[in-house]
Write a protein that binds this ligand. Sequence first.
Ligand code: ZN
Length: 174
Amino acid sequence: MSQRKIVVEPDPILRKKSEFLEKVDDELRRLLDDMLETMYSAPGIGLAAVQVGVLKRAIVIDVSKDKEKKNPFFLINPEIISTSKNTSIHEEGCLSLPGYFAEIERPSECQVKYIDYHGKKKEIKANGLLSTCIQHEIDHLNGVLFIDYLSKLKRDMIVKKLVKQKKELDKVVL
Ligand code: ZN
């Protein structure tokens, strides 16, 4: 396993739609392992492949509270089958928007079909934090970021600040 570089907004790749995967092979599992290591070290609770620059529909998630007992969850080609009418609000952050958080309203529950790490078809009914996290990560596969749910004014302000942060980072690297 090795860590990969996380893509930070603004970057046009974060706005692209990821492609469906045709098969689960060792190359994909290597990507998933790298994504998991990258996510744990960030630290974060979810990461989509596009966030490490790969436009494939693959997600890693671990919402377990216990740092000792890791509970990684891999979703390949995830698709939301249905969502609940009732909604809930969670404060969301994103590894591609470092330092920014906002309260986002989403359906409380979602039913998702996906392919697992071993290539098996699975289905899950998620609620709570897991449901929010799955919806946030599937958004990434469609080029959507959580700031898109905010007003244009708020969104522009965050992106402007991120551009400034990036410029300062470049200076330090040089
Ligand atoms: Zn994110």
